[in-house]
Design a binder for this molecule. Structure first.
Ligand code: SF4
Length: 301
């Protein structure tokens, strides 16, 4: 391990196991979390860290990500959209065939649709790329399948999860924007749901929450979007256009999901799909993290 990054109180977490919320301390700018350079687990470290230490841990993360070869079936090299400072993480599925050439996620046709959606609420692509940490469930192009890009396998998702974990712990996001079903599934399956709302007023500071959704459908008032094995099972219109609050790795954050903006996603062009995407954009436009972080050039709806 890099001596400069040696944590004062390292704790190894077994692969595939998550820290209980109480195991992870509240984040302060002086604290930071480190990704273990060894592939077998994560070291969570909590010394007081200078800006220099934070920068080094971030740089080491990006370097390690870019040199990763853990998944033999992946066809492309890793692509990342990491930024050093952000309280917002977008979470895509995996890069397409063109992203490696451009060296950034959502660089081709799906990206055009995504940024067209975002520009409708005044968010410019360049600003989004500078201010939002653009993560993905898998960072390499998986190759083609008969009906589009191959869906990454569960082992590949697990292999790549350490990078997302690092970025969650490093950035402590207040808002996560999953884009596509594979990304939404990760939040539903890995994070514990705290609340779910359809009311944009909820995200306004000092506004009282609107009524939780799905109250009538579950005994604890939270959505039932998992099957008995804990796997995500839902229809897109149960998730897109809602605001969820979840807790994962000790971090509580809001999330607002979008469907995959691929041209192959016919749901996006249905009346129901269009209405849900508009609702999600309204929630995003009103979210305090977006309003604080991004230059919203045009009035939000
Ligand atoms: S998908 Fe992720 S874990 Fe697999 S090789 Fe690419 S960067 Fe590494």
């Amino acid at each position: 391990m890099n001596a400069e990054l040696s944590p004062s109180q390292p704790r190894r977490l077994l692969p595939g196991r998550w820290p209980a919320p109480c195991d992870v301390p509240a984040f302060h700018s002086q604290n930071y979390m480190l990704c273990n350079p060894e592939p077998s687990g994560i070291l969570v470290s909590m010394p007081s860290a200078s800006a220099g230490h934070r920068r080094q841990s971030y740089d080491a993360h990006v370097k390690r990500l870019l040199s990763c070869t853990k998944c033999p079936e992946m066809k492309g090299k890793p692509v990342h959209g990491c930024v050093r400072r952000s309280r917002i993480i977008s979470l895509g599925q995996a890069p397409g065939i063109h992203e490696e050439r451009f060296g950034k996620p959502f660089a081709y046709t799906a990206g055009k649709t995504l940024f067209k959606w975002l520009s409708s609420i005044g968010v410019q692509e360049e600003d989004f790329r500078k201010k939002v940490n653009m993560s993905a469930v898998c960072r390499c192009f998986p190759g083609k399948a008969s009906n589009g890009d191959r869906k990454p396998s569960r082992p590949e998702v697990e292999n790549c999860m350490e990078y997302l974990e690092f970025e969650m712990l490093y950035h402590k996001p207040t808002l996560v924007i999953p884009i596509g079903k594979l990304a939404i599934d990760q939040l539903l399956e890995r994070a514990s749901m705290q609340a779910a709302y359809s009311n944009a007023r909820f995200v306004q500071e000092n506004a009282s929450p609107g009524p939780p959704l799905y109250r009538e459908k579950s005994k604890d008032g939270l959505p039932v979007l998992l099957n008995s094995k804990g796997r995500a099972t839902y229809k897109l219109d149960q998730v897109i256009g809602r605001l969820f609050r979840s807790r994962w790795l000790g971090i509580e954050f809001d999330w607002i999901a979008f469907p995959h903006p691929s041209g192959l996603n016919v749901w996006n062009h249905t009346d129901a799909g269009k209405a849900c995407i508009q609702a999600a954009l309204r929630l995003l436009a009103h979210h305090p993290a977006m309003q604080r972080s991004l230059d919203m050039h045009s009035p939000v709806h």
